[in-house]
Design a binder for this molecule. Structure first.
Ligand SMILES: *[C@@H]1O[C@H](CO)[C@@H](O)[C@H](O)[C@H]1NC(C)=O
Ligand SMILES: *[C@@H]1O[C@H](CO)[C@@H](O)[C@H](O)[C@H]1NC(C)=O
Ligand SMILES: *[C@@H]1O[C@H](CO)[C@@H](O)[C@H](O)[C@H]1NC(C)=O
Ligand SMILES: *[C@@H]1O[C@H](CO)[C@@H](O)[C@H](O)[C@H]1NC(C)=O
Ligand SMILES: *[C@@H]1O[C@H](CO)[C@@H](O)[C@H](O)[C@H]1NC(C)=O
Ligand SMILES: *[C@@H]1O[C@H](CO)[C@@H](O)[C@H](O)[C@H]1NC(C)=O
Ligand SMILES: *[C@@H]1O[C@H](CO)[C@@H](O)[C@H](O)[C@H]1NC(C)=O
Ligand SMILES: *[C@@H]1O[C@H](CO)[C@@H](O)[C@H](O)[C@H]1NC(C)=O
Ligand SMILES: *[C@@H]1O[C@H](CO)[C@@H](O)[C@H](O)[C@H]1NC(C)=O
Ligand SMILES: *[C@@H]1O[C@H](CO)[C@@H](O)[C@H](O)[C@H]1NC(C)=O
Ligand SMILES: *[C@@H]1O[C@H](CO)[C@@H](O)[C@H](O)[C@H]1NC(C)=O
Ligand SMILES: *[C@@H]1O[C@H](CO)[C@@H](O)[C@H](O)[C@H]1NC(C)=O
Length: 644
């Protein structure tokens, strides 16, 4: 039940009333008006703080100065990618965690989620999100659920090593998605259940088309069908031809109810994960047979299988031993190489090619790797490499509390009034990628293979609207001494360098660190994330030598630098003011219908309180106004809601 009490005051933020200690252990609640108490912080994998040892400086170390001779105009460059949207890195959300991440229903949307996606939207123009995963196959629709939830879990599918629960959902799921779309321009991929070809349960398609309209991007048919046999969802002889036939059965079944499902050509397939190659599917004649039904071709791929610790299957991989494999350019290149034939085929038939689900390792990632700055560099380089390889988009998978790799994690439902969210390293990769490509849909990228193609110092150039716009520079080495910092000297053929360039750095002390900043800003420490960037924006201006036609860009070990060769527009971020862990009886969510109309009230934190027991003070932890540095900040209305 919603208890909206508008104070509509311009109160400045009160000081934070809660001290949250980072280590698994105790949290002290010292809020005014609330009792001091101690509760045990969650120790789930999403909060694991294993710190690995950074790999040593390689021998030989990469040269510490090199030049990038870049063409001014795209027409002078061969090998540029197709145009890449700023939405390139999106998120793949397991259906079973929708309640935690999105909100319990369309009336209660998670404010930190809106802020996190708003950050992407402001840079990319939109955010692309896939809901699905293993849970989509057994999902089914019901008229209503207890407690007004939009989604709920049922029994566990015990045949699947990830033990994913089947989810049940109501019509309100689509209003929840639609309300999120209205606020942060989220566009969606959904998955049609494919566990039973005699009953496709098309409700998710029907209601997505009806309610999401243009916010629906496409419908995935079959999630990792190459693993169906291993997961005992099909018999042991299940083949690419069987999958292609069943896809055809689905198309026929959809055509038979085209009154309910009017949109054709929005299907996504085959989402194979490496047990079959995409060619195994193409060789059945799949693309020509179903060209008119397809929106995009897709695959899913995790670089490493880490299912052993949780499920005892596959090989044991030691995180410290694996760490170097994420810390060089070969990682991304090797992940893309098997798909180059398919991205060319996709281009030739005019379809996007998508990485529908990925992250640092399957079955939840690795402690110490997946949430490290090294993973942020890895996912950023991998994303840029996929773009260079003519993928059109990729989705970072988000699971529950029990995985290491989440880009963002909501607290467990029964602790949502104690803690805020936790950011994962790869969220920064998505955020930065949205600035690498920007919002024009015209960015084309090329891997420069510079510095003798040294694998520790990859770099890319980005052409936008036909002209050189940005340069991306990586340094994978950790060396606090400074001896492996490098200087990349940019010069421009067919033009001259500007008198100065702006540089944004993605920085941490070492590849093992979980404390990451982007242009000086951070989403915050574990359990403290409300989705807004804090600290002063720090964009470094570097003067160029226009007579020599050079700009010398320093890059630390480790670091990522994004060099803006053209003046960029300021980024205005819409934020949704939030407050959580100040009162154990309340969880703050937001009435989306009100928020939708509240944008535009710029320039102040609107605060709302509650007249319920001991609660007025509880509403007043917000980010101090001074910390909000965007050119335009629209702060949404804050509602306090009793949820329980
Ligand atoms: C982190 O995960 C590792 C590997 O599962 C485990 O050994 C360690 O105890 C965990 N640490 C914490 C603080 O939970
Ligand atoms: C498919 O999933 C539905 C919903 O979970 C379930 O009722 C049905 O028995 C499943 N069918 C098969 C063949 O597994
Ligand atoms: C909820 O479901 C029950 C059983 O299916 C049904 O009797 C009831 O009318 C439903 N209520 C609403 C509001 O749809
Ligand atoms: C959302 O949940 C609340 C509380 O359970 C309920 O009162 C409300 O009707 C639900 N909203 C919808 C749209 O189902
Ligand atoms: C939000 O969801 C409700 C249904 O609960 C719907 O009535 C309303 O139109 C939605 N608002 C937007 C902006 O989509
Ligand atoms: C395995 O399943 C496929 C369809 O999925 C079917 O065509 C084939 O005959 C089955 N094979 C056996 C040995 O049952
Ligand atoms: C590309 O894929 C097509 C279709 O599967 C296949 O015929 C061809 O041999 C592949 N080419 C390469 C170079 O792998
Ligand atoms: C670089 O990464 C690749 C791919 O993960 C890995 O196979 C290789 O061993 C790494 N090279 C070094 C020198 O660590
Ligand atoms: C990407 O597509 C462009 C345009 O067709 C092509 O020139 C380029 O070689 C492709 N890149 C790769 C890595 O295949
Ligand atoms: C939250 O729920 C989990 C699982 O049901 C339980 O183990 C944990 O103790 C609960 N935590 C709190 C603070 O109630
Ligand atoms: C970029 O492409 C998206 C999707 O097609 C579209 O909605 C958006 O308006 C485009 N942006 C620009 C600036 O053209
Ligand atoms: C990382 O951040 C935590 C707080 O989240 C802080 O306690 C720790 O000292 C930081 N580490 C470094 C190396 O800055």
């Amino acid at each position: 039940m919603l208890l909206p009490f508008l104070l509509l005051s311009f109160l400045r933020a009160a000081t934070a009333q809660v001290t949250v200690y980072d280590q698994a252990g105790q949290v002290t609640l010292g809020a005014t008006g609330t009792a001091t108490s101690a509760v045990v912080l969650p120790t789930a994998n999403a909060y694991n703080i294993t710190v690995l040892t950074p790999p040593p400086v390689p021998d030989p170390a990469p040269p510490t100065s090199f030049t990038l001779e870049l063409q001014s105009e795209a027409t002078a460059v061969s090998g540029l990618s197709i145009p890449i949207p700023g939405t390139f890195w999106g998120f793949s959300v397991e259906m079973s965690v929708i309640t935690q991440l999105f909100g319990k229903n369309s009336s209660f949307v998670q404010v930190p989620l809106l802020n996190l996606w708003s950050n992407i939207r402001e840079r990319a123009g939109a955010v692309h999100v896939r809901i699905g995963g293993n849970t989509q196959e057994f999902a089914y629709y019901v008229n209503n659920l207890t407690d007004g939830h939009a989604i709920s879990k049922e029994q566990v599918d015990s045949n699947n090593p990830t033990q994913t629960p089947a989810v049940i959902y109501t019509m309100d799921l689509f209003y929840l998605l639609s309300n999120i779309s209205a606020l942060v321009n989220a566009h969606w991929y959904v998955g049609v259940p494919f566990n039973d070809t005699s009953d496709f349960r098309f409700q998710i398609v029907e209601y997505s088309e009806a309610i999401l309209g243009d916010y629906l991007l496409g419908v995935q048919v079959g999630n990792e069908p190459d693993l169906y046999s291993a997961h005992q969802h099909r018999n042991s002889s299940y083949s690419p031809q069987n999958y292609a036939n069943e896809f055809g059965e689905l198309v026929d079944a959809m055509n038979a109810i085209s009154g309910q499902i009017p949109v054709r050509n929005n299907l996504i397939a085959p989402s194979v994960s490496g047990t079959w190659t995409p060619e195994d599917v193409w060789n059945t004649g799949f693309i020509t047979d179903y060209l008119d039904d397809l929106y995009a071709l897709a695959v899913e791929k995790y670089p490493t299988d880490n299912c052993f610790p949780e499920y005892g299957i596959g090989a044991f991989h030691d995180p410290q031993t694996e760490f170097p494999d994420y810390l060089n350019h070969t990682a991304g290149v090797a992940l893309c190489e098997p798909y180059l034939n398919s991205t060319a085929i996709a281009q030739s038939v005019g379809k996007p090619f998508l990485m529908f689900e990925t992250n640092s390792a399957s079955c939840g990632g690795f402690p110490g790797i997946s949430n490290s700055f090294g993973a942020a560099l890895w996912a950023l380089d991998y994303g840029l490499q996929m773009a260079f390889s003519n993928f059109s988009g990729a989705m970072l998978h988000v699971g529950g509390q029990d995985v290491y790799y989440n880009p963002f994690t909501a607290p467990p439902t029964n602790q949502s009034n104690l803690y805020e969210w936790t950011i994962g390293a790869v969220y920064y990769s998505a955020l930065v990628a949205s600035e690498v490509f920007g919002s024009t849909n015209t960015s084309r990228i090329i891997d420069l293979n510079a510095n003798g193609a040294n694998i520790y110092t990859p770099s890319y150039a980005i052409y936008e609207n036909g002209a050189l716009a940005r340069v991306a520079l990586f340094n994978y080495i950790t060396d606090a001494s400074g001896a492996n910092d490098y200087t990349a000297t940019i010069s421009i053929n067919g033009g001259t360098v500007p008198s100065s360039v702006s540089v944004k750095y993605l920085t941490a002390e070492s590849v093992s660190s979980i404390n990451i900043t982007w242009a000086g800003q951070t989403l915050g420490a574990m359990h403290e994330v409300d989705g807004r960037l804090s600290n002063a924006l720090d964009v470094v201006t570097i003067n160029c030598d226009t007579s020599a036609n050079t700009c010398a860009i320093p890059v630390k070990a480790p670091q990522f630098a994004l060099v803006f060769l053209k003046q960029e527009e300021n980024i205005a971020t819409v934020t949704y003011s939030t407050s959580t862990y100040t009162n154990t009886r309340y969880t703050v969510t937001v009435a989306s219908s009100v928020l939708a109309t509240s944008n535009g009230m710029s320039g102040a934190d609107w605060e709302l309180g509650s007249t319920s027991s001991g609660s007025n003070n509880a509403a007043q932890r917000t980010i101090p106004f001074e910390k909000i540095r965007w050119s335009f900040v629209f702060v949404g209305l804050l509602f306090l809601c009793i949820v329980s």
